[in-house]
Design a protein around this ligand. Structure first.
Ligand code: FE2
Length: 441
């Protein structure tokens, strides 16, 4: 750290910077100068626009991109519900189960026959994509790449994809990204992508937000830099595949997968410019902040990206990272204290542990949900250790990485996740042996 030492190189080139108006073309003149829509584009490229916000939102929030492609997006037949696809079967329009509990699960098995789309499983969520309000949390496991001529998109929201195991090569309409464990990637609503596996089986988690878009958190008194820095976000350069082989489009719309056939290759964008695009970020570059005097700070200090709600300061979803850092606060109870929060917390472990206390290696990939106001905190053993250990500076090294999706919503869980065999005991069981305090008269 501060840059992750990845075992697998990234072969792709990127533009740098979050929220900039980027432009990238595969040959000079693809992007017209002095106008957006030439009467006829260079080589005859078709102009197209994709909007991620309504046209009239404040300029600072506007997300619009202009594409120049070999064929427009319209060249497909009618979308039909993909009722035979495992994705729809796994969702089965089931009602979510809302419970005021903390729940924990050990890692789920990777099914070798699945690809990124067939291996998507809805863990839980809240709200309604048709009203553009709410979130969805997924686990994915994949043992193979998606079929070559297939593309997926979600018309329901932006997807933040977090690999826990295995690398994803994500070809998008705007270009290619390689996303490895310790990196995160966001593919915005409606942007088509294909996932292949350059490094074996893969497992990870996805946060989909039905409302708004991910933004960097305000820094307040921290100042003008720190946490996730603007220049460390990487945006793909334009790259296209010229093929006459048709593409199977798989589009998630209102929570259901639909299928259509597109004439030729959908990844045919020869140039683009705008503010609406996928991006990735190396969590190793996160500039962690924390207490250098006393008391465990609130986890909001570790927010990488946030998606705002209508309430100032209250997130639809925060993406929070617990990675390498020093723990130095003095005369303090260092683990997260027992707590009940109005924000729900979905945590998962990429590697090692969330904090100074080591965790068994077989738990890498575990995940858990502490719902709105569900009580949770350290186990009895952790409490005993934390209240008796000598408080010396502790370094949580680069072998450790955990994340949290924090949301203002109560999260319902699916029948699938409530019945997976890896369900584990949670905080109530872990604190059953705590001694009751006696205050002398
Ligand atoms: Fe918590």
């Amino acid at each position: 750290m501060p840059v992750t030492n990845f075992s697998l190189e990234d072969p792709f080139e990127y533009l740098a910077g979050f929220n900039a108006w980027h432009q990238t073309e595969t040959a000079p003149g693809i992007i017209p100068q002095g106008t957006t829509f030439l009467q006829k584009g260079k080589y005859g490229v078709y102009p197209e626009r994709v909007s991620g916000t309504s046209f009239t939102v404040p300029r600072k929030d506007s997300k619009q991109t202009f594409l120049y492609r070999l064929l427009p997006s319209t060249c497909h037949d009618e979308f039909i519900e993909a009722i035979d696809h495992p994705f729809n079967a796994s969702f089965a329009h089931e009602a979510l189960n809302f419970k005021p509990n903390q729940s924990m699960w050990a890692p789920i098995q990777i099914t070798e026959e699945d690809d990124f789309v067939t291996g998507l499983r809805l863990i839980g969520g809240a709200g309604e994509p048709t009203m553009k309000k709410g979130v969805a949390y997924y686990a994915y496991t994949a043992g193979k790449s998606m079929p070559k001529n297939q593309a997926f998109d979600s018309a329901d929201g932006d997807m933040c994809i977090v690999p826990q195991k295995g690398t994803l090569d994500i070809r998008t309409e705007m270009g290619n990204l390689r996303v490895r464990p310790y990196e995160i990637c966001v593919v915005p609503r409606g942007i088509r992508f294909h996932v292949s596996l350059p490094d074996g089986p893969a497992r990870g988690f996805i946060l989909e937000t039905f409302a708004g878009h991910f933004e960097l958190p305000e820094l307040g008194p921290i100042g003008s830099y720190g946490l996730a820095n603007v220049r460390d976000f990487e945006v793909p350069k334009a790259s296209f595949v010229d093929t006459d082989e048709d593409t199977e489009l798989l589009s998630k719309f209102a929570g259901t997968l639909h299928r259509a056939t597109y004439r030729g290759g959908i990844f045919n964008v020869a140039g683009w410019h705008g503010t609406y695009y996928p991006f990735k970020y190396d969590l190793g570059k996160f500039n962690a902040m924390g207490s250098i005097s006393y008391d465990h700070p609130d986890p909001s200090i570790a927010t990488v990206l946030t998606c705002a709600s209508e309430v100032p300061g209250q997130a639809v979803a925060d993406i929070v990272v617990f990675g390498p850092r020093w723990v130095v606060f003095e005369n303090s109870f260092r683990p997260p204290r027992y707590h009940r929060n109005t924000m729900s917390e979905f945590i998962f472990l990429v590697k090692g542990s969330f904090g100074p206390e080591p965790m068994p290696a077989h738990l890498e990939g575990m995940f858990g949900l502490s719902n709105t106001m569900s009580a949770h905190g350290p186990s009895a053993a952790t409490y005993d250790h934390a209240t008796s250990e000598e408080l010396v500076p502790q370094r949580i090294d680069e072998k450790n990485m955990g994340l949290m999706f924090e949301s203002c919503y109560q999260i319902g869980t699916t029948k699938w996740v409530d019945t997976v065999p890896t369900k584990m005991a949670a905080s109530p069981a872990g604190t059953a042996n705590l001694q009751k305090v006696h205050i002398p008269e």
